[in-house]
Design a protein around this ligand. Structure first.
Ligand code: LR7
Ligand code: MN
Length: 568
């Protein structure tokens, strides 16, 4: 009997030792990078974001023995919260028995409440990150967290994770902006925690104006933005501050890990993703282009990204201010990440994702809060503003991809256009060619039209001469010389395009080989007139039989009025 018991104990001990070794080995082994497919972030309307890409590791933190990723609690950590009464805060707002745990926050509140505010999470970085060194004199940062009716347990965990996993000297302060949540105490009580400040909006402003308010009161020279349901991971802050310290025009993001909205498991996101979008201005995670991936010999190196997800990033405060903060006419949620990303790239900065910085975020499938103007209209207003200010002629693809945006109100953008001019920012074409060449411009269907004026049609005669003539043929019988393709900004006939010969009034218009980069070939409709984009002058058939010229736009004038008629 005794022998059997001894054997059982021996077997159990061996199994326990093996299990522990296996776990440690798993935890420390280099991360593999499976060829993962980028996620299409469908399912949520209007640009709502879901889980990034494919996950590398699927483990539920509650089912595995936890390896402590933080140093053991020290005296100093015990003091993290000062006089703040955590228990009373959390008990003050809890799920009532029978309530749907997903209703209020679109994640499982019961699980979040159960977790506690100090759980350990797996260090999801590449193992090489742990041996990197950072300057000892990194500047401190102000952490800015805006929230509207966030659950107390997630908000507190966000704050505590920052205090637990950041070198104290780097945290100047944590600024909470309570965006008019129903209960002012959610925020107020938290300001008892050392370093935590709380600002409450007198009305709902949305996350964009709230962040600007936070930034305006920040006292550190570096700003760090976080969503209100995050958990920062080991050494998350140093890599980001280091990059910004070295070059203040860099705007940097961590890899955003996934906190399950169902069981709050902390899951590692793929390290091979960057931020992208489609023409409807819908954010998506996408694979790093293959050439860049091949060239990456060091997995700790930054990843250039065309856009950032938007909620979690570090930016130099003077650079944030210099670049015009945010477009504060954007409401509630959405679109500000594109506006900021385009602006940073086009006005002399850069955006990167730092693989050695990891922050978990609870990704949700729906917005748990209301949009006073409606979700769709708000997203359209915000993205329209981004498109109108920054996308130049490429905005036409936004409108084709999102036809419902046409004609919707978006307010005045005069201030932002002035800012763009003042900052002397590059054109969107530059961004397309240098930052996001992978974004394909949609093939446009070439629709042939005649360009009518009075009863006459614009036609080419011989190689490059133009004039008005009697319209000939119908349908398929229209002669080639009277067929035009209006593909903004070009007015095309096969491989030739309408071009001005000089930029001054009275200059003749002729045909020449098409080149989308040639400013002399760029036109846009202005009422019934066709305006040359650069000179601002309009296509005019002054002497009907001779070649047309460009003259000052007077859209009422018959000689400037052109009526495109699609050839069917
Ligand atoms: O009216 C509001 N006022 C607020 O203060 C609405 C929201 N908020 C707060 C909210 O409490 C939260 O802390 O703003 C923050 C962001 O709102 P979420 O969590 O509902 O947004 P999200 O995580 O779905 O959205 C992402 O895209 C947004 C576009 O406007 C913002 O840029 C979010 O910060 C951004 N979140 C992230 O980038 C985290 C990673 C997600 C991804 C991809
Ligand atoms: Mn969020």
């Amino acid at each position: 009997m005794r022998r059997i018991r001894a054997n059982a104990i021996a077997i159990l001990t061996v199994a326990w030792i093996l299990g522990t070794f296996y776990y440690l080995w798993q935890d420390n082994k280099p991360q593999s990078s499976p060829s993962s497919s980028a996620s299409q972030t469908r399912g949520r309307s209007h640009g709502q974001k879901v889980v990034p890409g494919r996950l590398e590791i699927h483990r539920d933190d509650r089912t595995i023995p936890l390896i402590v990723t933080q140093p053991p609690r020290t005296e100093q950590q015990g003091q993290l919260l000062g006089g703040f009464d955590e228990k009373a805060y959390l008990v003050g707002k809890q799920l009532k028995p029978g309530d749907d745990p997903y209703r209020e926050h679109a994640f499982n509140l019961q699980e979040s409440d159960r977790l506690g505010s100090e759980r350990a999470i797996r260090d999801t970085r590449h193992y090489r990150c742990a041996s990197l060194n950072y300057d000892t004199d990194l500047p401190a940062t102000s952490i800015i967290i805006t929230f509207h009716n966030e659950a107390r347990s997630t908000l507190l965990r966000t704050i505590k994770s920052v205090l637990m996993r950041s070198p104290p000297s780097l945290i100047q302060e944590i600024i909470l902006i309570d965006d008019f949540s129903s209960d002012p105490e959610d925020c107020q009580l938290l300001s008892q925690i050392p370093k935590v400040r709380c600002l409450r909006n007198g009305r709902r402003e949305g996350l964009i104006r709230s962040r600007v308010r936070g930034a305006n009161t920040a006292s550190a020279s570096i700003l760090t933005f976080l969503d209100s349901h995050c958990e920062v991971n080991t050494d998350w802050l140093q890599p980001m501050i280091q990059r910004v310290k070295e070059d203040h025009t860099r705007v940097v993001s961590p890899i955003i890990d996934v906190i399950s909205l169902d069981n709050f498991a902390y899951l590692a996101a793929s390290a091979d993703l960057r931020g992208g979008f489609d023409w409807s201005l819908h954010f998506k995670w996408e694979q790093i282009p293959i050439e860049q991936k091949m060239a990456r010999s060091d997995p700790t190196q930054p990843i250039r990204t065309p856009v950032i997800a938007g909620g979690i990033f570090v930016m130099d405060k003077s650079w944030f201010n210099h670049l015009g903060q945010y477009d504060t006419h954007m409401d509630i949620w959405g679109g500000e990440n594109f506006e900021l990303s385009f602006r940073v790239w086009m006005c002399g900065g850069s955006l990167e994702i730092l693989p050695c910085s990891r922050v978990g975020h609870v990704f949700r499938k729906r917005h748990p809060y209301d949009f006073p103007e409606g979700n769709a209209l708000t997203y359209i207003k915000n993205t329209r503003r981004a498109a109108e200010v920054w996308m130049d002629e490429y905005k036409q693809y936004y409108y084709s991809a999102r036809p419902s945006a046409q004609g919707k109100a978006f307010g005045s953008i005069a201030d932002r256009l002035t800012l763009r001019r003042k900052l002397n920012c590059k054109p969107f074409r530059w961004y397309m060619e240098n930052v996001y060449p992978e974004l394909r411009v949609p093939e446009q269907e070439a629709v042939s039209s005649v360009l009518k004026q009075g009863g006459l049609c614009l036609e080419t005669r011989g190689a490059d001469i133009l004039g008005l003539a009697e319209c000939r043929g119908i349908g398929a019988n229209r002669p080639q010389s009277q067929r035009w393709e209006l593909i903004e900004p070009l007015i095309r006939q096969q491989d030739l395009c309408l071009a001005i010969s000089a930029f001054t009034a009275g200059s003749k218009v002729k045909m020449e080989p098409c080149n989308t980069k040639e400013p002399r070939q760029k036109w846009k409709p202005k009422g019934t007139a066709l305006q040359h984009m650069v000179s601002g002058l309009c296509l005019d058939s002054q002497t009907p039989t001779g070649p047309p010229v460009i003259t000052q736009c007077r859209p009422q004038m018959a000689s400037q009025s052109w009526e495109p008629q699609v050839i069917t």
